[in-house]
Design a protein around this ligand. Structure first.
Ligand code: GAP
Length: 508
């Protein structure tokens, strides 16, 4: 048996399953795809919607202190000036003038080759789990090819933002292996530009939003004035964001069009922000566990103080062990009063609240948990995937691929399987059950092929339960069905009422 932690080439296996079973396709695939864009297929969109719905229910509907909104994707361009995105939402870009490849400078690593204490050349490698090993191997190859004798020092990897003016021309391009073609890093703004209206000039420039968060800041006063919210309270939103990433990669982990679930939690300027920050980090961790991500795959990364934006008091990322390494899943930032103050200054509209106790106005501070739906999707697939040896009806060992998805997220909650396709008494009972379940849950009727094959099909789609309508159902008293559980593959008899109770308990 191999679970996700032990599957070799797990990423390849996930991409292949996602395509084969209709979870995720490349966008515009018949035209060769478009780098950084993806489509969600029939099973994929159900899983994605379930992630969104679970978050919305737990974050908004089941809390008394959070309200939801949905703001437009294209906002007034001044929003992005005030937020700092026009001036500063950029990544350092490096071009290879020969291959025309582009790299993010902080993902392009290099090291001097040091022999007997002297620098004899340079090597480079793209960021990966094994960057240092690759640089070391490249240094050894360099030394051998140049027939240099002496003791090679262990490489010290640096990213390209740390390369000095004199070093840049000497560092080889990862594409060509030759030095001299890499440019110095330059700031590349990641916002997608468009034009609003018939004129296509500077006055009509607008942007596809690179984050949903600014919608909550810009509508802060609207929400305060039209609802009965009282501090501390949050405003949440789910929606598409767009970033012209230099190097979209790792499937849906870093794409150019993705979906965010963000919540801005407003607190009094004198509130204990660190306590509130910690409470939200814990809430997010618990929520991830509630949708089936194992604690063993989760960790925290606290951003070092010296790397924080000047307005930020602290940022902690919840990290997930993806097949390509431990990477950011969910960022929880304490942003002070920066955003509201910026919008107050830029719009001339104060974004203050009145403190009845002190009789003074103040600008609230904010704690922001911000996560990508697509990153959760990939984390969920990563943790759920397993390949196991199992015995078929005749006792022969075969392999099954199974997605151990939480019933909360599973695209199909129950598959209804009449034992035989051509026996009306069985199919009629199955169809009646299907129609009844379908009113409340995503269920699937499947009468095609041997029962074992149908179980495998559902295992791969992550369906937690299969219900078989067999001869005991129609011939014996009690109107019971065979319930087969995905993970244990155990079977027992169950009534319709018990089935509804089971679903009610696990699908919430
Ligand atoms: N408002 C704060 C903000 O947007 P961020 O760290 O840039 O912060 C928040 O983004 C979350 O959005 C990330 O933790 C990640 O889950 C997701 N995300 C960011 N860029 C992404 C991309 N290019 N593709 C997929 N998800 C992305």
């Amino acid at each position: 048996m191999s679970d996700s932690a032990t599957t070799p080439n797990l990423m390849e296996a996930l991409v292949s399953l996602a395509k084969r079973r209709g979870f995720i396709y490349a966008s515009s695939e018949i035209y060769g795809g478009l780098n950084g864009f993806f489509d969600y297929g029939p099973l994929g969109i159900e899983l994605k919607r379930n992630i969104r719905d679970c978050w919305w229910r737990d974050m908004v509907q089941r809390r008394d202190d959070v309200v939801g909104i949905e703001t437009s994707i294209i906002m007034h361009p001044k929003v992005w000036e005030a937020s700092g995105h026009v001036a500063g939402f950029s990544d350092p870009l490096v071009d290879c003038k020969v291959s025309k490849q582009r790299y993010r400078a902080d993902q392009l690593f290099w090291a001097p080759v040091v022999v007997d204490g002297k620098v004899v050349g340079y090597v480079s490698a793209l960021e990966s789990e094994k960057t240092v090993e690759e640089l070391q191997a490249a240094a050894e190859t360099f030394k051998r090819k140049k027939a240099i004798t002496g003791a090679l020092a262990p490489v010290v990897a640096k990213d390209f933002t740390e390369a000095g003016e004199a070093e840049i021309p000497l560092i080889p391009s990862p594409a060509t292996g030759e030095a001299g073609s890499l440019t110095a890093p330059r700031a590349f703004n990641m916002m997608f530009q468009t034009n609003v209206g018939a004129m296509s000039d500077a006055s009509s420039v607008a942007y596809l939003r690179p984050e949903t968060a600014q919608g909550m800041f810009v509508d802060f006063k609207n929400v305060v004035d039209t609802t009965r919210v009282k501090l501390p309270f949050g405003i949440a939103q789910i929606g598409k964001s767009f970033r012209n990433e230099i190097t979209p990669r790792n499937f849906i982990f870093r794409s150019r069009e993705f979906e965010q679930m963000e919540m801005e939690y407003f607190i009094h300027e004198d509130a204990d922000w660190a306590k509130c920050h910690e409470e939200w980090i814990t809430w997010c961790e618990n929520w991830l566990k509630s949708i089936g991500l194992p604690a063993s795959h989760l960790s925290r990364y606290t951003h070092p103080k010296e790397k924080l934006a000047f307005y930020s008091r602290g940022t902690v990322d919840i990290m997930f062990k993806y097949p390509f390494g431990v990477q950011e899943l969910w960022g929880i930032a304490a942003r002070g009063s920066y955003d509201l103050t910026q919008h107050a200054n830029a719009s001339g509209k104060p974004q203050e609240l009145f403190d009845e106790a002190t009789k003074k106005k103040f600008v609230p501070h904010v704690i922001e948990p911000a996560v990508g739906v697509d990153r959760i999707f990939l984390a969920v697939l990563t943790a759920a995937y397993a390949v196991e040896d199992v015995k078929d009806e005749k006792g022969n060992v075969e392999q099954r691929t199974v997605l151990r998805l939480s019933p909360r997220l599973a695209p199909v909650k129950v598959a209804i399987l009449p034992l035989l396709k051509n026996k009306e008494s069985l199919t009629n009972r199955a169809k009646a059950l299907h129609a009844k379940l379908q009113k409340r849950y995503a269920v699937q009727y499947d009468d095609g092929g041997a029962i074992g094959k149908r179980y495998r099909r559902q295992d791969e789609a992550g369906t937690p339960w299969c219900v078989t309508i067999d001869f005991d159902t129609i011939e014996k008293p009690g109107d019971t069905f065979t319930l087969r559980e995905r993970d244990s593959m155990s079977q027992r008899r169950i009534t319709e009422a018990e089935l509804f109770a089971l679903l009610d308990e696990h699908v919430y």
